[in-house]
Write a protein that binds this ligand. Structure first.
Ligand code: DX5
Ligand code: ZN
Length: 217
């Protein structure tokens, strides 16, 4: 079985004490920290960007998993890498030349992620799977934390796991949106091994909540 990793999303954290919020989940055993970047164009909301990443990079050696929900991500990937991103995920819906952008991320020395929205057919990412380290299946419409898991998206996780076998590839599968104690098993059973959790971790005691979710691994 592939290693299962919890990736708490700080979108739902208390920004007045972000450093502590990161430490709490790290102490609980989370290996990734999920950093949601929103531009108000690709998604309705605006979150945070490079200066915040650069600042919190100093708080921890955890893997910074940067999820770019922005148009024209090729304009920004280098800045996010230089601000401390270990893994950079871009959305297939935002890419005019997916191959070029995925290679650009790799050449910068970051791990490469490719995400798809709930309404995007999984086949759209198939031509690029050999270029990525991680596929990200959105199980809510991106833009906000705290939404309900869309069960119809689970089959895409399974499809990506099957395709990985067929093609002899080695990418991880991350699931993002609505993951909590009631949904994490469904995503893991389908083949997801990197589990993003925002409100279900930071909606209360982050240490305890992260522990509870990882107990399901
Ligand atoms: C949504 C973001 C998610 C968000 C998940 O657009 O990509 O990473 O933080 O939040 P929850 O876990 O609350 O659905
Ligand atoms: Zn995300």
């Amino acid at each position: 079985m592939r290693e299962r990793i919890l990736a708490p999303s700080i979108l739902s954290a208390d920004f007045t004490k972000l450093g502590e919020e990161i430490k709490r989940v790290e102490e609980a055993g989370a290996k990734y920290l999920h950093f949601d970047v929103m531009d108000g164009l690709f998604v309705p909301s605006i979150s945070f960007g490079m200066p915040v990443l650069k600042s919190i990079r100093k708080a921890s050696d955890i893997v910074y998993d940067v999820h770019l929900m922005i148009v024209e991500p090729e304009r920004y990937v280098e800045y996010f890498k230089n601000s401390g991103a270990d893994l950079i995920t871009v959305h297939i819906e935002t890419l005019k030349d997916p191959e070029a952008v995925l290679k650009q991320i790799k050449d910068l020395g970051a791990k490469v992620g490719l995400a798809l929205n709930p309404e995007t057919d999984v086949e759209k990412v198939y031509p690029y799977l050999h270029l990525i380290d991680m596929a990200l299946v959105m199980t809510v419409h991106p833009g906000f934390g705290g939404q309900k898991y869309i069960h119809d998206c689970t089959s895409k996780i399974a499809d990506l796991a099957t395709k990985r076998e067929e093609l002899g590839l080695d990418y991880d599968i991350e699931v993002d949106g609505g993951i909590g104690e009631g949904t994490i098993d469904e995503a893991m059973d389908a083949g997801a091994n990197i589990l993003v959790a925002g409100s279900s971790v930071y909606g209360g005691d982050a240490y305890e909540n992260a522990k509870k979710l990882m107990a399901k691994f």
